[in-house]
Design a protein around this ligand. Structure first.
Ligand code: 5GP
Length: 184
């Protein structure tokens, strides 16, 4: 795999397509086992999770539903401060086994602020499945039930994740390259 340019930045290969598909398949198998007979409702957090959600969902071997919601805006290379209200939550969540699908948990702020909103609807349970997690960056308390990969605190793109709108359309995940050192 070669490095890629997204806007003004260079990104280097980090996770291969095979690593990703093996891990997503393992997560789907685990969720299928844990939620047998519970007909979970997966809530995929847009935009970043759409690729992970599609791959995970089609590998589930149990009855399950999926819906897509939008809860936060995120620009540039840092999480934005404000979490907006969820758009797209038309379903009745009461008594349902909810599994939130995220592309990446960074500070944990987005989900930490969103979970109380979900709880108001009295679901039977709420679990979190995230494709990526940056443990070093997470400061808001969250319990993550399914984690694809724990990664260092470095900006990544690909497999649905963007840098200012671009870079989502790669099956691989790429990591921001270290800044070149200036040699005199
Ligand atoms: P949190 O609220 O956990 O700090 O941030 C979660 C959101 O920030 C993710 O859903 C994602 O949109 C964005 N984010 C955090 N880290 C990265 C990253 O390394 N790459 C990209 N593309 N988005 C990130």
């Amino acid at each position: 795999m070669e490095h890629i340019r997204v806007h003004d930045k260079t990104f280097v290969p980090f996770l291969t397509a095979n690593q990703i598909s093996d891990r997503v398949a393992a997560m789907a198998a685990q969720i299928s086992k844990d939620y047998q007979g519970k007909r979970p409702l997966l809530l995929a957090v847009l935009n970043g999770s759409f690729m992970f959600a599609a791959d995970l969902f089609r590998l589930l071997t149990i009855e399950a539903e999926i819906s897509f919601i939008k809860i936060a805006s995120y620009q540039g290379m840092r999480s934005s401060g404000k979490v907006v209200t969820a758009i797209g939550m038309e379903q009745d969540l009461s008594g349902r086994a909810i599994i939130l699908l995220e592309d990446i948990v960074d500070t944990g702020k987005t989900l930490h602020h969103f979970i109380p909103t979900l709880q108001q609807q009295h679901p039977a349970s709420i679990a979190i499945a995230t494709f990526l997690h940056k443990p070093e960056a997470t400061v808001f308390p969250l319990s993550l039930d399914y984690v694809g990969f724990s990664i260092p605190n470095r900006f990544v793109v690909g497999y649905g994740l963007d840098y200012d709108g671009l870079g989502r359309n790669h099956y691989q995940v790429y990591q921001l390259a270290a800044e070149p050192t200036i040699e005199s």
